[in-house]
Each structure stands twice: as structure tokens, then as C-alpha cells.
Design a protein around this ligand. Structure first.
Ligand SMILES: C[S@@+](CC[C@H](N)C(=O)[O-])C[C@H]1O[C@@H](n2cnc3c(N)ncnc32)[C@H](O)[C@@H]1O
Length: 290
């Protein structure tokens, strides 16, 4: 179906299965399976979202389950009819439409609807919903950030739909990775396909004295090398208790997030007053290591 396209995309990015699996907090076997069109819808969703890809041939709404449901409803088919035609049970179909279940069942429904699937870079979702499928920071979450730091000088990775307010924004065409920070306060929510590179840049710029405070909103991937080598020794981390909503999405993201703060002050304590979670302080790590 589309596993080989995902594999093709990954190899074009020169990322190994092991590195990508670590980046997405899934096992190498799960990623290998997705590239062979086996596994679960949840894993496929994680891989597609992380690589900023979407499936073609499906309605432009959020989530594979919602897309499946929308196809069925647009044909005015009952769940019972689809089950009769595909051999699936009704609980299986209900689960699929909630974005859960096996890919074989998901593909069975799409085959019934003769959907020709492929993958492409994510585009804007349906305008009526005003949503985008990139992990843009929501207005609600930004309010909490601004309560602590009212003005940011730089947002080094952004797009036209973002709500982040800063003096300077770098878009993909400027390549924020190549630009110096030269900023007092930086707000970073980088593209999920190259998180490690963005964390390395943030770390470097902080230690070069090019940024006084860098606040990064990142998916909580504690099994990555950069988390242990570049984040925990040098930044304070606030593990956010609730999964966040991104952009204008109504649903919570399928992953946990963390706020990573490089700063020479204890500003993390101020964030913890407005965002519920648990703090991991850099000096606590240092104390353990001694
Ligand atoms: C996760 S989104 C977050 C956007 C924004 N910072 C926010 O929080 O709302 C990351 C954005 O970085 C953009 N991007 C990708 N590569 C980039 C690059 N090399 N330089 C600047 N921006 C980039 C992508 O287009 C994507 O929209």
C-alpha cells in the first residue's frame, strides 16, 4: 500500500530506521512493520505526522480514523453495511473510526472504497475548519508562555499559520538552522522530522551566548540521544502532564510534550506555575552524575 513510499521518504532524508524510531518513540520493529504495511493505525499516524506527511485519496480532515468515517458518511453507508462488505466486525470498525486498530482492517475498508492511496507532504487542512496539520503551538498554550515571557525576539522555525508572536520569524525558505539567534528570548517549536538538529542548534547558540533564554516546546522523547546529551545536562525540563492540543485541533495530540528551557535563571519555576507538570532541573542531573 504505502509502506514503501514511507521508506522511500525516509531514505531520501538519509535517516536510518533506528534513528527515526527513536525520534518517534516507537520500536524499530514497529517502524519496519509500517514500511511493510503492517502494524497499527496509531503507529502509522505517528510516523506520518512525524515526517509531516499525509495520505492522498482521503478527505482533508485530521486523523486517519476521522478520514475513514468521513468517507463512509459521504457515501451514506451504515457501519453495518461496511462490515458486511468487508467482513469486519462492528466493534473493529468503530475502533478504526476512532483511529485505533490494525492496518489490515484499515486497508480492508479503503480497498472496499477503491481508494488509491499515496503519500505527500502535508498541506493545509480544510479551510472551513481553519486547522493545519503541523504541530503549531495553540493560542491557549501561548497565553501561558506569554504570562511568563511577554515578548519573544525570535521564532526560528515557523509557517504562515502559526500564532507565535515574535520580533523576527524564520520560515523554511530562510532556513532557521543556518541563522544565528542574536536574541534575548527565543521561542522554539521545531519541525518534528529534524528535532535532534534543532536541539543541537539551540544548545550551541545558548552556550555561544547568542541567546539569553531559549524556550522549546518539544515532543517528550526521552529515548533519544539528544535528550540525554544536549537537554538534561544543560536545560531545565517541565514534563507537561496533559497532552496538548496543537493549532486549532479539537483533539489532543497523540504524544506527550515537554517544555525545555535553556536559561541562567530559575524561570522554569514561573512556567510551572501556569503549566501543570513536573520539573527536572539541570543541576539535579549534575548532582546525580557526580
Ligand atoms: C512544528 S511547526 C511550529 C511553528 C511555530 N513555531 C509554532 O510553534 O506555531 C515547525 C515549522 O518549522 C518550519 N520549518 C521547517 N524547516 C524549517 C527551517 N529550516 N527553517 C525555518 N522553519 C522551518 C515548518 O514549516 C513548520 O511549519
Amino acid at each position: 500500500m504505502i509502506g514503501h513510499k514511507i521508506r522511500q521518504h525516509r531514505t531520501e532524508l538519509s535517516i536510518s530506521q533506528a534513528a527515526l524510531a527513536a525520534e518517534f518513540s516507537i520500536t524499530v520493529e514497529a517502524l519496519r512493520n509500517i514500511e511493510k504495511d503492517i502494524g497499527t493505525i496509531q503507529t502509522l499516524q505517528t510516523v506520518l505526522s512525524g515526517l509531516e506527511l499525509e495520505l492522498t485519496g482521503l478527505p482533508l480532515i485530521e486523523g486517519l480514523g476521522e478520514q475513514l468515517k468521513s468517507i463512509r458518511q459521504s457515501r451514506k453507508h451504515s457501519q453495518r453495511h461496511v462490515c458486511e462488505m468487508t467482513g469486519l466486525t462492528q466493534p473493529t470498525l468503530i475502533n478504526l473510526e476512532k483511529g485505533r486498530g490494525r492496518l489490515s482492517s484499515f486497508y480492508a475498508v479503503l480497498t472496499f472504497y477503491k481508494t488509491s492511496l499515496s503519500v505527500r507532504k502535508q498541506r493545509r487542512l480544510h479551510y472551513k475548519q481553519g486547522a493545519t496539520n503541523s504541530w503549531n503551538t495553540s493560542k491557549d498554550f501561548l497565553e501561558k508562555i506569554y504570562a511568563v515571557i511577554p515578548v519573544f525576539d525570535l521564532d526560528p522555525a515557523t509557517n504562515a499559520d502559526s500564532y507565535v508572536v515574535a520580533e523576527t520569524h524564520f520560515y523554511e525558505e530562510h532556513d532557521g538552522l543556518k541563522q544565528p539567534r542574536n536574541a534575548k528570548n527565543v521561542y522554539l517549536n521545531p519541525p518534528y522530522s529534524t528535532l535532534g538538529t534543532w536541539v543541537a542548534k539551540a544548545h550551541e547558540e545558548f552556550y555561544n551566548g547568542n541567546a539569553e533564554t531559549i524556550v522549546a516546546l518539544l515532543p517528550c522523547r526521552t529515548n533519544t540521544e539528544y535528550f540525554h546529551t544536549l537537554i538534561t545536562p544543560s536545560a531545565d525540563v517541565l514534563f507537561i502532564q496533559k497532552r496538548l492540543r496543537f493549532g486549532e485541533a479539537r483533539q489532543q495530540a497523540p504524544f506527550a510534550s515537554m517544555l525545555v528551557v535553556w536559561s541562567r535563571t530559575n524561570i522554569i519555576d514561573e512556567f510551572a506555575k501556569v503549566i501543570t507538570g513536573t520539573i527536572l532541573r539541570k543541576h539535579e542531573i549534575a548532582a546525580v552524575a557526580e
